[in-house]
Write a protein that binds this ligand. Sequence first.
Ligand SMILES: Cc1cc2nc3c(=O)[nH]c(=O)nc-3n(C[C@H](O)[C@H](O)[C@H](O)COP(=O)(O)OP(=O)(O)OC[C@H]3O[C@@H](n4cnc5c(N)ncnc54)[C@H](O)[C@@H]3O)c2cc1C
Length: 284
Amino acid sequence: MSLSNLQEYLRPTHLEEALRLIGRASPRSRIVAGGTWVSAETPRDLEAVVDIGGLALNAITLEGAFWRLGATASLQALIESPAGTTLCNGVLGEAAMAMAGRSLRNRATLGGAIATADSVSPLVTALLACDAELSVATLKNDDLVMKRVGLRAFLGYRANLLEEGALITDIRLGVPSADSRAAYERVARTPRDYPIVCAVARCATRDGIAGNVRLALGGVAAAPIRIELAEFGLEKKRIADHIEHALGHGLEGLAPAGDWLGSADYRRAMARELSLRALMRCAT
Ligand SMILES: Cc1cc2nc3c(=O)[nH]c(=O)nc-3n(C[C@H](O)[C@H](O)[C@H](O)COP(=O)(O)OP(=O)(O)OC[C@H]3O[C@@H](n4cnc5c(N)ncnc54)[C@H](O)[C@@H]3O)c2cc1C
């Protein structure tokens, strides 16, 4: 625990008020949602935390053709919701389950998981494969600005956006077509452990031909990534016939960093194997 310099704990009930508090030059403030990462990793010079738990951003609702997942909904709430059990044939719930043990899942929020975007985060990997979009709130000249941004784009600018005091309010996911299937694959030290590398694939198959192919990998870059060259190589094709070539091409430039859990070569090999398994499961 490194909150030794903390002077203020604030719990606003309005979004604009929260953004104003987060944006103050002094004291140095940070959003806190579930607090599981903040309490473990926060820099010592943090002076104020802005608890966003009072903003009523925790609903998980079906709105026509979209699911809206509130940013302060817990990982466990997603698992227990119809979105977790049915969306992308349950892959989102499965990925949220793989994030941590139950006590942590009860506290940790969807927004917190996205804002921290751990390299191998199963949930962020699954959300990437499901084409998630985020609603992000900022203040400009004291006016509330709401922007919708694709998760992939958000991950590219994450550090800057969060540094500027942006707040994720919800995650939006389209309800996939009835013939769409997704699959999660991972490798870990033990069956219940956090993955070393994970893959989520998704596609809609009609008469054996794949469409809307998505492939996302965790554990091979600083944050989860989409493998678009492989997706492109499989679009409107029979997956089994083209998978070797598409993965060879798509994973060619992968340059993971090795660590004590797995060398770069091991991660590259697992990325290929898990991608193959996930894509083949979707296609059959
Ligand atoms: C013992 C322990 C084990 C852990 N194990 C894992 C693990 O296995 N896998 C894993 O991925 N993580 C792990 N973590 C880290 C943490 O639990 C996750 O990253 C979690 O998803 C963070 O969610 P939270 O709601 O608790 O975020 P918080 O701790 O509240 O916040 C995390 C960061 O996100 C920012 N943030 C939160 N919500 C928003 C929002 N809506 N908009 C903008 N910024 C926001 C905060 O400012 C902060 O910088 C672990 C932590 C602990 C203490």
